[in-house]
Design a protein around this ligand. Sequence first.
Ligand code: SAM
Length: 248
Amino acid sequence: MKAESQRIPTEKKNIRAMFNNIAKRYDFLNHFLSLGIDNYWRRRVIKILKGYQPKEILDVATGTGDLAIKLIKLKPNKIIGIDIAEEMLVIANEKIIKKKLNNIIDVFTADSENLPFNNMTFDAVTVAFGVRNFENLEKGINEMGRVLKSEGKAVILEFSMPTKFPIKQLYLFYFKFLLPLFGRIVSKNKFAYSYLPNSVTTFPQGKEFTKIMEQSGFINTKHIKLTFGIASIYIGEISKKNNNFANK
Ligand SMILES: C[S@@+](CC[C@H](N)C(=O)[O-])C[C@H]1O[C@@H](n2cnc3c(N)ncnc32)[C@H](O)[C@@H]1O
């Protein structure tokens, strides 16, 4: 039997402090260290939601708002982005105002594990590179389900580990040695980019992740591998008849 991954406990206040600390350099580091692929991955999330035309969208752990801003392509009525790190949201807000999108996108501080919204509020919930940071993953996933309407969709983008030779070995070398080194130099934060590889290698992925979504009540779950499995998209739906989450 395959052993389940052991997750490193993530303390919310440390995570918040870390992202507040690197907020001003986050966008540059993100695009530089991922060689720009992160934007392609976010576009895949938009493509998945396109046929569904969600009108009210929640972007959890929105950070500097890159996914929230891209969600505009779906022509929704409202996009709400939440995050625990207010400095990340300051950057998000600057970008939103610059693009004159502040009538459609609102961002504010809130915790993904205790969302300040009524049951069944949104047509879609998205998260990009956020779930790995949740202190309590199951609680965060359950909250996403709770605020989704019947037939609502959750689309989660997260780093994962490639499994095939030689991509796995090359990736591990980049991820464990080069990325923490570059990250440390540019972010000036010792912890941030050594935390990233550790949190990815120990985080549940593939079937293990979709199982967590199903245990929370999501149906029709799906796992899509991106770029040799370096990232993954997880999709889950809320059933038509009843919303299991709202009744919990
Ligand atoms: C790697 S960043 C991703 C930001 C953005 N979604 C993107 O695609 O670039 C992770 C974000 O998750 C946020 N975060 C971590 N734990 C959270 C929680 N419990 N509730 C809300 N946001 C959280 C962090 O503050 C940080 O901004």
